[in-house]
Design a protein around this ligand. Structure first.
Ligand code: PLP
Length: 419
């Protein structure tokens, strides 16, 4: 499928129709219709993804890249086809620049280990932002401890946008790498990757983008983002749990050290030493999650058929409506940019009188699944001066009726607490 064609085809999403494709949305929770608003944690899976995985195990299951028999060849072809699809999905130009990992977390660790430990040392700086998910923070902290490089952090403004007015204070001649989320999982802010990448380029630094909340929700083009690494978790984009993606510029992959050692990642092995396979196989030690790759392929087909531009438009509309409705509630304070153009389809908020965990528990009784907590972004919570927030995150199968259900259940929570 040609991604350009599907992404320029504009049409509103038919949410009723889409819902039919997701068997889990037919189930009840506490006797109520499930209103699933925890998509930033993981999305639900359409029948086509479930079927693709089941079909793989029923018809083609074998290990990849090893056998010469029919099933091994089918499995290998299925696996490598998905690599090409992922490359199209993020508008890369070389399928061999796609490395399959387990998730975004593993992709970050791979780069911190295989690139960071080879190229960084004392006197070098890695620039991050205060909004990072722990997955795009802790691996760099470990790297800093091991290599002596220093971490610096770009701050946010009052609406949770990255402060790009004093970038030259953070990004300097010492900066070797800038690591930033594409979209904040706790604020919903769509970050200005290109502006920051431009500042990084000016000092010769590389750019790593954590796309865990970016790739599922709108078109991604790694070329126009002007990054060097882009990671995401297909399980947040209708795909299965257990497979992750790392895209990197081919020349960088070539010069990086391996991450994990073992079968499949070698060219030659003797008792004393080994040499490495070419990219991307150098980074894919051991048996990969082939069925999950096949499911990932089906999830990309599904999203491309909808058109990622249409997914983005849909989410912008729904988050805009959610903010409008939440603003009617005087006891609710929400975080992140007011302008829906600057945020993805999620909204993080607090009730002035009810702890987010209690809120999450009460709304669940009404079938509404939201997230409550620090969202694996403790430093950001600290920066916002809160310990936790409640977060409603939308996707292609959510509509205004789900927002209304959320609002009704927030009002019910007030009653439960006698407010
Ligand atoms: N980065 C961001 C921005 C996220 O939202 C998440 C998960 O919520 C991750 C990284 C980690 O993703 P995973 O747990 O799939 O590795």
């Amino acid at each position: 499928m040609n991604p350009v064609d599907t992404q320029t085809k504009t049409a509103p999403l038919d949410v009723e129709q889409i819902r039919q494709d997701f068997p889990i949305l037919r189930r009840k929770v506490h006797g109520k219709r499930l209103v699933y608003l925890d998509n930033a944690a993981t999305s639900q899976k359409p029948q086509s993804v479930i079927d693709a995985i089941s079909h793989y195990y029923s018809h083609s299951n074998a290990n990849v890249h090893r056998g010469v028999h029919c099933l091994a060849e089918e499995a290998t072809e299925a696996y490598e086809t998905v690599r090409r699809k992922v490359c199209q999905f993020i508008n890369g130009d070389d399928p061999n620049s796609i490395v399959f990992t387990r998730n975004t977390t593993e992709s970050v660790n791979l780069v911190a280990h295989a690139w960071g430990r080879k190229f960084l040392g004392k006197g070098d700086e890695v620039v991050l932002t205060v909004t990072e998910h722990h997955s795009n923070l802790v691996p760099w902290q470990l790297l800093a401890e091991d290599t002596g490089c220093k971490l610096r952090f770009i701050d946010i403004d009052d609406e949770g946008r990255l402060r790009t007015d004093h970038l030259d204070e953070y990004i300097t001649e010492k900066t070797k790498l800038v690591c930033m989320g594409h979209v904040s999982n706790a604020l919903g802010t769509i970050h200005s990757v290109r502006t920051i990448a431009c500042a990084a380029r000016a000092v010769g630094a590389l750019v790593f983008v954590d796309g865990a909340q970016g790739a599922p929700h709108g078109p991604v083009n790694v070329e126009t983002l002007d990054c060097d690494f882009y990671a995401y978790s297909p399980h947040k984009a209708l795909g299965p749990l257990g497979i992750g993606v790392l895209w990197a510029r081919r020349d960088l992959l070539e010069e990086m050290n391996p991450f994990l050692g073992g079968g499949e990642m070698i060219r030659n092995v003797s008792l004393e030493r080994s040499t490495w396979a070419g990219v991307p196989y150098k980074f894919e030690a051991g048996t990969p999650s082939v069925a999950d790759a096949v499911g990932l392929g089906a999830s990309i087909d599904y999203l491309m058929e909808l058109g990622m531009e249409n997914v983005r438009t849909h989410e912008k509309q729904i988050v805009s409506y959610a903010m409008e409705r939440l603003a009617e509630l005087p006891f609710i304070r929400f975080f992140g940019p007011r302008d829906p153009a600057d945020r993805c389809g999620l909204v993080s908020f607090i009730d002035a009188d009810i702890h987010p965990h209690d809120l999450g528990t009460v709304v669940d009784q009404h079938g509404v699944a939201i997230r409550a907590g620090h969202h694996c972004a403790k430093p950001l919570m600290h920066r916002l001066g809160v310990v936790a927030t409640a977060r409603a995150s939308f996707y292609i199968y959510n509509d205004r009726s789900d927002v209304n259900k959320l609002i009704d259940s927030l009002l019910e929570a007030r009653k439960v607490f006698g407010l």
